[in-house]
Design a protein around this ligand. Structure first.
Ligand code: F0G
Length: 479
């Protein structure tokens, strides 16, 4: 049914449309053609890619939901700013714009650019972690944990238990369990905890947010023990939107103010600008402490570049700063998170099993429930991602037993409880129609699921195997 008939004179029709239909708060100025191609071509492509969506060529992909990282569409204002980029080796005007922007939006004094998020993680981990240290965090992230371990630290998961259950319905499933954190501090002593690392939102839990109350409580607990708190800010604006929607007292506060308050409960942050800052490359680390900033500037010259450009061009710094202003506009962020939620709603309506509640940047298919006949050794999530591509040209990502890798001691697979396929929505790129194609494709596949016999691995690289492993069906699939 259309919306027209339900309105009487004097109602604000436009406002209601805005709320219900979630139209894009932008219009197109440049486009890139995409098409599903033929079934034969997709079959050939997935064969050549060894049934691994990471190995597909992007020109063989129709709707690319591999990641939301570096895949955003930039605005006309960002492109215009790029033209004005100041490429001076030192003292660039573009750096000054980024610095002012981060100070204003996040409230941190020192801003140091890096080439992307993991560049910032490298600086922070190298500056503060020594062998024997423990770093608490709300669930691991691959690059973050790798940098902590490289410096001799051990990551300790202090997220609430609900985060590990795909069907537990909690509004802030990314929250820290304060008892787990207290327990760690008691067990190893605050001197062995260089900092607490708090991700907002939590990628590996499904893009789940942390509440303001929890951020504040974590900060206070850590401060009592002299432990600084650093935030992984990659998706902090999405987190702020969830606070606005779900936490009492924030409904009328602009997202920009909420972001600023969130950061007031931290001593600094690492930012992968490739997510919420709406750019294709970039990042930074921002901190308050003068002495730490001095050490980070010493390290940035070693790994990235001068402290005023950190591995980026002046034009990139412009795009990041402008992107941050746009990302923190309520109309933008509402549309963004709503679109992901709408994909979740369409999947739910079609009976497709997903992780609940839907997170900020992605909807996750629950491959255990989607393909209940497949044991984990036949790679259900890997199979599902490949099958989805075959039927529709939609590219997704496995987040299950393949991503988890092997236990170096026993040589057996790690067997994670979560066996998921991530449908990650790029920002400002696809329409609701595209989301509808994804939902219909998943529903179509659900009706054919018995014809998917699973995969066997025919090539396994020694590390981060999910990127390059190759597979083949254990018997032909009838999809
Ligand atoms: N932190 C989080 C929460 C991330 O999701 C990522 C990247 C990083 C840090 C690292 O940032 O890529 O700029 O070096 N996540 C991407 C993804 C790769 O697809 O989820 P980076």
């Amino acid at each position: 049914m259309g919306m027209g008939g339900r309105f009487v004179h004097g109602d604000d029709f436009a406002a209601a449309v805005w709320r219900e239909l979630n139209p894009e708060p932008f219009k197109r100025k440049a486009v890139e053609p995409v098409s599903p191609g033929s079934r034969e071509r997709r079959l050939r492509a997935i064969e050549e890619a060894g049934y691994n969506t990471f190995l597909l060529r992007s020109e063989d992909v129709f709707i690319d939901l591999l990641t939301d990282s570096g895949t955003s569409a930039m605005s006309d204002r960002q492109w215009a700013r790029m033209m004005k980029g100041d490429e001076a080796y030192a003292g660039s005007r573009s750096f000054a714009f980024l610095e002012e922007t981060v100070r204003e939006l996040f409230g941190f004094r020192h801003v140091i650019p890096t080439h992307q998020g993991r560049g910032a993680e490298n600086l922070l981990s190298t500056a503060l972690i020594r062998p024997g240290h423990f770093i608490p965090g709300n669930m691991y992230f691959t690059t973050t944990r790798a940098h902590q371990e490289r410096n001799g630290g051990t990551f300790v998961d202090v997220i609430i238990d609900e985060a590990h259950d795909p069907q537990a319905n909690h509004p802030f499933k990314g929250n820290v369990d304060l008892d787990k954190l207290r327990d760690l501090i008691r067990r190893v002593g605050p001197a062995n905890i260089p900092y607490m690392y708090l991700a907002v939102t939590v990628n590996m839990a499904g893009g789940q947010p942390v509440s303001m109350a929890n951020m504040k409580a974590v900060y206070e607990l850590c401060r009592e023990h002299g432990i600084p708190v650093f935030v992984d800010a990659a998706r902090c604006v999405e987190n702020a939107y969830f606070i606005q929607q779900r936490e009492p007292g924030y409904a009328d506060r602009p997202v920009r103010e909420i972001v600023r308050e969130m950061m007031s409960y931290a001593d600094g942050c690492c930012m992968s600008a490739k997510k919420d800052a709406l750019v294709n490359i970039g990042g930074f680390i921002a901190v308050n402490d003068d002495e730490l900033a001095r050490r980070l500037r010493e390290l940035v010259v070693l790994f990235e570049g001068m402290p005023t450009y950190g591995g980026l061009a002046g034009r990139d710094l412009e795009a990041v700063a402008q992107g941050l202003w746009e990302a923190t506009e309520d109309a933008y962020i509402r549309h963004r998170v709503r679109q992901v939620e709408q994909l979740g709603e369409m999947l739910r309506e079609r009976g497709v099993p997903i992780v609940e509640p839907v997170g900020g940047h992605a909807v996750y298919l629950d491959a255990r429930r989607f393909l209940p006949h497949l044991p984990q050794d036949l790679f259900p999530a890997q199979s599902l991602a490949a099958a989805l591509y075959i039927v529709s040209g939609v590219r997704s990502m496995e987040r299950g037993i393949v991503s988890a890798g092997r236990n170096p001691q026993t040589g057996d697979h790690y067997r994670p409880r979560l066996e998921l396929v991530r449908l990650t929505v790029p920002r400002r790129v696809y329409s609701l129609r595209h989301m509808r194609v994804v939902a219909d494709a998943a529903a179509q596949l659900l009706s054919l699921r018995d014809a998917i016999s699973g995969l066997e691995m025919v090539y396994e690289p020694p590390t981060l195997r999910f990127f390059t492993a190759r597979f083949r069906p254990v018997s032909p699939w009838g999809i």
